[in-house]
Design a protein around this ligand. Structure first.
Ligand SMILES: NC(=O)c1ccc[n+]([C@@H]2O[C@H](COP(=O)([O-])OP(=O)(O)OC[C@H]3O[C@@H](n4cnc5c(N)ncnc54)[C@H](OP(=O)(O)O)[C@@H]3O)[C@@H](O)[C@H]2O)c1
Length: 316
């Protein structure tokens, strides 16, 4: 028996693929709403025939968003970007897009809305990313007061953009930068736990109207994370402190690339810790025990070791 229809905006992304698998196993019918349904085809084997469908839904198209939530019992919004490009601005995607989804969900009488934001979301933040996430949360609360807002720290898992990016960099470069000296603190949270948190919020009416900050079992500095990564991939690299001002200069150049590895806005984000605020509802309140980083990293980072699938370069 199906649990009903859930529409997942951004379901083809990193967190999305894990959530789709999880909700399919729980018996939901799933409609994935994305700009490019062809890029969501890989999700279909995660469910039974016809259980997972994809619809083209740019968040800028309010009518498409309304059509995507029609008949849904629940809606999850996972759409987010790390840098701006063309019409993909933070304001359009994180703020206006979030409002469009929440307003459509309210109009369609959807029972549960889960909006995924980020730790540090704040209308007065220094970084445009964090400010737009704050504006998105405010817009969601206005349009759909009972929405559950989840704010993860950095998320790790096989397709993550954090550990994979630095592991790939370590294959090619003799040194890794420690932006701001590497003192910024993070609380990495496993993608399976984030999917579990969303699944719980969809089925527990007690989560309505609440905001949860999702962090893992332990807090690490950026430098500690780089050391763990290098140990895991069996490579010795120099860790070179880079002042924030120098990193911003690099960001101003690198952000001109089609897929920028670093932007000035990301450097501004790095000036602030990304850890669960004291007293904030968190994974524990959702009945989830965080999965340890060290348990999961080997399952996808070993391929960057010398001799591994992505590790054909020399070990320095
Ligand atoms: N990953 C992390 O470490 C992390 C940490 C904190 C918060 N978060 C938040 O968690 C959410 C999911 O993150 P993620 O890592 O899974 O992101 P992701 O892998 O980049 O996936 C983003 C998804 O959004 C879709 N999308 C992008 N622009 C769109 C638009 N204009 N209209 C409709 N769909 C659009 C993408 O599909 P198409 O490109 O095909 O449209 C994709 O399915 C985001 O809100 C992110 O800010 C992530």
């Amino acid at each position: 028996m199906t649990k009903g229809l859930v529409t997942i905006f951004g379901g083809s992304g990193f967190i999305g693929r894990h959530l789709v698998g999880r909700l399919a196993r729980e018996g939901w019918s799933i409609r994935v709403a994305v700009r490019r349904p062809s890029a969501a085809k890989f999700l279909q084997p995660l469910g039974d025939v016809g259980q997972i469908t994809a619809v083209r839904t740019p968040l800028g198209d309010a009518l498409a968003v309304e059509a995507a939530v029609e008949g849904a019992r629940a809606v999850v919004n996972l759409v987010g970007i790390l840098y701006e490009k063309g019409t993909q601005t933070f304001a359009a995607v994180h703020a206006r897009g979030a409002h469009t989804v929440a307003a459509a969900a309210a109009k369609a009488d959807v029972r549960h809305l889960v909006h995924v934001s980020a730790i540090g979301a704040d209308l007065h933040a220094e970084a445009d990313y964090a400010r737009s996430k704050g504006a998105g949360e405010a817009a969601v609360k206005t349009a759909f007061a009972a929405a559950t807002i989840l704010r993860p720290s950095i998320v790790f898992g096989p397709e993550d953009k954090f550990f994979n990016r630095f592991a790939a960099m370590a294959r090619l470069s003799p040194a890794l930068p420690l932006i701001g000296g590497g003192h910024t603190r993070f609380q990495p949270v496993y993608v399976g736990d984030v999917a579990g948190a969303i699944a719980r919020a969809l089925s527990d009416p007690g989560c309505r109207g609440k905001t949860y900050e999702l962090g893992g079992a332990q807090v690490y500095t950026f430098k500690e994370l780089m050391e763990i990564l290098l140990r895991q991939i069996h490579r010795k690299r120099l860790l070179v402190p880079m002042p924030f001002a120098v990193a911003e200069m690099w960001g101003s150049v690198l952000e001109l690339l089609p897929v920028p590895p670093l932007t000035r806005d990301q450097v501004r984000l790095l000036r602030h810790d990304t850890v669960v605020s004291p007293g904030s509802p968190s994974l524990a309140d959702l009945g989830i025990e965080p999965t340890a980083l060290e348990v999961v990293l080997p399952s996808y980072l070993d391929r960057y070791r010398p001799g591994g699938r992505f590790g054909e370069t020399m070990a320095l």
